[in-house]
Design a protein around this ligand. Structure first.
Ligand code: FE2
Ligand code: FE2
Length: 192
């Protein structure tokens, strides 16, 4: 099968063809926005980084037992290029697959994936229910409270940040900034 760089529209359509959950779509849009934001900070290909973020959980709804493994088959069938597939698979390194994140793009995805979940949960706890006025320190408070959003693996996030050479404050601040750009689409505009 010939491999073509997918457009954002094609990638979204592909993601939606395997996933119906609104929460998962919002997660995909969050990760896409953060990937775009980090690509811009690094003068990298924001379209490509964003699309990889958008489709990273493509197999999650239908094949939860084969998460990150099944993704290869689905993406190959759609003609998605190999470097996209490797990046998608590597976000589950050590959790559901043995594909290691190596490229900067892959390490960013690996680092920010679950962090977007912690940030979403923190924003929803606030009176405004908004991410637009959310500060890094509020997320750090919830970060330390291990029982809060307990499913969010803090060790994975810290390990990824260390490999990127970034401190956690910076990673949290930039992840919030990326998500703020799509606050409305991800349901975190709240009252603001
Ligand atoms: Fe995942
Ligand atoms: Fe994810």
């Amino acid at each position: 099968m010939t491999q073509i760089k997918p457009t954002r529209e094609q990638a979204l359509e592909l993601f939606k063809s395997y996933n119906e959950s609104d929460a998962l779509l919002k997660h995909a849009l969050s990760v896409e926005a953060v990937m775009r934001h980090f690509a811009e900070l690094n003068n990298e290909d924001a379209e490509k980084w964003g699309i990889i973020g958008l489709i990273h959980d493509i197999d999650y709804e239908k094949y939860p037992e084969e998460h990150c493994v099944k993704a290869r088959e689905l993406l190959e069938k759609a003609g998605i290029p190999e470097d996209y597939i490797h990046a998608v698979q590597s976000h589950g390194y050590g959790l559901c697959i043995d594909v290691e994140p190596v490229e900067k793009m892959e390490l960013v995805l690996y680092t920010i994936d679950e962090l977007t979940g912690l940030i979403t949960a923190t924003a929803l706890m606030r009176p405004s229910k908004s991410i637009l006025d959310l500060e890094t320190k509020s997320v750090k408070k919830k970060w330390k409270q291990r029982s809060f959003a307990a499913g969010v693996n803090r060790d994975v996030i810290e390990g990824g940040a260390a490999k990127l050479g970034l401190d956690m404050d910076k990673v949290i601040a930039e992840t919030i900034a990326g998500m703020q750009k799509v606050a409305e689409e991800i349901g975190l505009k709240g009252d603001l």
